[in-house]
Design a protein around this ligand. Structure first.
Ligand SMILES: *Cc1c(COP(=O)(O)O)cnc(C)c1O
Length: 347
């Protein structure tokens, strides 16, 4: 990315700040696989506390956190209840089937959230013909429906229904920190109904690599076997863990700015003829918008935006997504909206 680009493609596009790089440069390191990297150990303790769990394990990516959680909770042939929009179903290369050997029972939802009734409706009482229901997976925030936040009471109801059915519960907390800041509810409280939860360090938190998976001590012990088996164990990983510690200290509260910027972007886009913003209220840091003008589709619009130095992602024939993060400030948001207004006015 060139310097003057306004990159709203995703909050994965953040680059480590000079202060974060400084923290990385001075990290104490050791052999992570042997639990001898003091910085990684500190990050795991810190993340376990943030997520309200006994223990945590540092992994290269959020996708690996989801897949290891499935591997620990499930056996081949088991079924996982999850929203049809969820990341594990749509964006992990079929890994639930390929690695854990599980199938997903997709829950039809409007916004990626569902309640206890959906858990009960998709639960299969044990019988020798059906897959064994094993796990409920929830995504906080919901990526594909606009960064929607699951309300805490809904998560608690889903957790209670899961336990009633004898199912474990997992939270894909890629953007759990955004939910916590937006709702004013601690991440650990959102995670309390879940047996496992992870946090991505490379989204809004701004780290270059890494995610942390948390759960009971026994769960993390099992997760370590899978980390080793699938090649996720690392060596002097304190270099990247230092970025995570820095982010937990400095990049959580500031997510509010990203949410304000997303709101500003939505407000500005609502005034652009030919565009419609999907959601009335912007929950966190994502704005989904649609091209309502028949003269161009989402791909055309995204390509023209690149010429104007603005990058967004295409998420359907007429649907685009813009995500705010720490590398885009208010002026950047205004400039992106101006570019969109110019393109639509000059069709
Ligand atoms: C980004 C994302 C993931 C995957 O995380 P990576 O660190 O990119 O592997 C999983 N779930 C959700 C909801 C995400 O947004």
């Amino acid at each position: 990315m060139t310097k003057n680009r306004i990159n709203l493609y995703s909050d994965t596009q953040t680059r480590p700040t000079p202060a974060m790089r400084e923290a990385m440069a001075h990290a104490e390191v050791g052999d992570e696989q042997r639990m001898e990297d003091p910085t990684v150990n500190r990050l795991c303790e810190r993340a376990a506390d943030f997520l309200g769990k006994e223990a945590a394990v540092f992994l290269p990516s959020g996708t690996m956190c989801n897949e290891i959680a499935l591997l620990v909770h499930c056996r081949p042939g088991d079924e996982v209840i999850a929203a049809k929009q969820c990341h594990i179903l749509n964006f992990e290369g079929g890994a639930p089937a390929a690695l854990a050997g599980v199938q997903i029972a997709p829950v039809e939802t409007a916004d990626g959230t569902f309640g206890a009734a959906a858990v009960r409706a998709h639960y299969r009482p044990p019988n020798r013909y059906s897959p064994r229901s094993r796990l409920v997976s929830v995504e906080q925030t919901v990526n594909m429906t606009g960064g929607v936040v699951w309300p805490l009471p809904l998560l608690e109801d889903v957790g209670a229904a899961a336990r009633e059915c004898g199912l474990a519960m997992h939270m894909d907390g890629a953007r759990l920190a955004n939910a916590a800041v937006a709702a004013g509810i601690a991440a650990r409280d959102f995670a309390a109904p879940c047996d496992s939860v992870w946090l991505d360090l490379t989204k809004g938190l701004g780290c270059p690599v890494g995610a942390v998976l948390a759960g009971s001590r026994a769960f993390i012990e099992e997760a370590w076997y899978w980390k080793q088996r699938i090649g996720g164990a690392m060596r002097q990983a304190g270099i990247i863990a230092a970025a995570g510690l820095y982010a937990l200290d400095n990049h959580v509260d500031r997510l509010e700015e990203d949410h304000d910027n997303a709101q500003l972007l939505a407000d500005l886009l609502r005034e652009v003829p030919g565009l419609t913003v999907e959601d009335e209220t912007i929950a966190t840091n994502m704005v989904f918008f649609r091209v309502a003008d028949g003269r161009l589709d989402a791909g055309d619009l995204a390509a023209r935006l690149v010429d104007e130095g603005v990058v967004v992602s295409v998420s359907g024939p007429r649907r685009l997504r813009a995500v705010t993060h720490l590398d885009v400030d208010k002026d950047g948001v205004r400039a992106a909206a101006d570019a969109l207004r110019r393109i639509m006015a000059n069709l």
